[in-house]
Each structure stands twice: as structure tokens, then as C-alpha cells.
Design a protein around this ligand. Sequence first.
Ligand SMILES: Cc1cc2nc3c(=O)[nH]c(=O)nc-3n(C[C@H](O)[C@H](O)[C@H](O)COP(=O)(O)O)c2cc1C
Length: 202
Amino acid sequence: MKVMAFNGSPRKNGNTAALLRRCLAAVEAEGVETRFIQLGGSGIQPCRGCNACRKNDREECIIKNDPLNAWYAEMKEADGIILASPTYIWGVTGEMKIFLDRATYLARARLRAGNLEGSLKNKVGGALACHAFTGGVNAIQQMHSMFFNVQMIVPGVSYWPVATGLQPGDVEQDAGGLRYAEELGRAVARLVRRLDATKNLA
Ligand SMILES: Cc1cc2nc3c(=O)[nH]c(=O)nc-3n(C[C@H](O)[C@H](O)[C@H](O)COP(=O)(O)O)c2cc1C
């Protein structure tokens, strides 16, 4: 069982990375493997709107010189996906938005070709955000939009997993934000385990 996690911040060691690592430690404590991917700074290119992925159900983007296709192939094998982003103007970062656009469209390619089940269906999703003041919930909702659009399952937690901080390291002082990030990690991992235990049921 594996959970893939994407850090949408351009800061490799910023607040979002710290929050995500807390969350992933909770996932691993439940016996589920994790993989941390640095999305910010990866050179991911924006969707060109060419609709090539709609014209077949291969789930492959026409843009071949960035990591999205390789990540997507791995996402299809994973059991869960956790997305984390700093809040940029009440939303996710530009790179996370590009990821949402392109990964969502790839995951919907099979649906558009007439299949009832996309390849991310029933994988478990979780979203985390950092903000300095306000807007973290908006960023989380943007990331949830992908999960719901591709038939994934999102476990509830007892509060929004948003942590507050401006400068790198600030979120280490936000005990509540860290606690909810850990709760999200536990919730994702436990749901992954439950779904894995029942995967042979119709
Ligand atoms: C371009 C830009 C836009 C931002 N917009 C917001 C915002 O709308 N609301 C907010 O509370 N913080 C905003 N911030 C602050 C970041 O969300 C905050 O510093 C966060 O902790 C950065 O996380 P990181 O260290 O992982 O990059 C913005 C920062 C930048 C650089």
C-alpha cells in the first residue's frame, strides 16, 4: 500500500514541506508506504488545451518533456494521493494548479471515452494547505475539486488541515495545524488499509 504526496510550494524546505512531512509520518506510522514528490520547481508545463488526451483513452499527455506522465503512471498504481500547497492569492500555487488541470484531464480521459470507471476511482485523497493569514480553505477546496472529479474518496477530519505561517519554519509553532495534518495522514492511511482489505469485493 502506497500514498504519493506532492508539495506544490517552490520552497523545498518551507512550511508546506514541513506540514506534509508531519502528515506523511502519520501515514507511515499506520504501516502505509509514502513517496514525497517536489512539484514546486519541477518545470511542469501548463495544459495546452489541445484536448489530445480526450481523443483517446491512453491517459497520456502530449507534453513529454516534463514529469507529469511519469507521475501519473505511478499515481495509477498508488492507493492514495496527498496534495499540499501554500496559499497563493486565496488559491493553490501556479504549479499545483497546472498539476490539477493536467492530472484531472488525464484521469477523465477514460470516462470521456465511455468507461464508467476512471483509473483513479476509489483511491484515497487528502489535501493540506499553509497560509500566512487567510485563504487556506480555498486552496484545500481547489485540490478537493480534482479528487471529486476523478471519483476518488476523501476522508473527513475534525477540522481543516490548514497551518498558519509566513516565513519557512513558522508552521512548527502552529500546534493545531500540525495536529490536523497528522489526523489527515492517519485518516488517509486507515481508509487505504480498509479499502485494501475489501478490494476483492464487488
Ligand atoms: C505570491 C504569494 C501569494 C500569497 N498569497 C497568500 C494569501 O492569499 N493568503 C495568505 O494567507 N498567505 C499568502 N501567501 C503567503 C504564503 O501562503 C505563506 O508564506 C506560506 O507559509 C508559504 O508556504 P511555503 O513556505 O511552503 O512556501 C502568499 C505568498 C506568496 C509568495
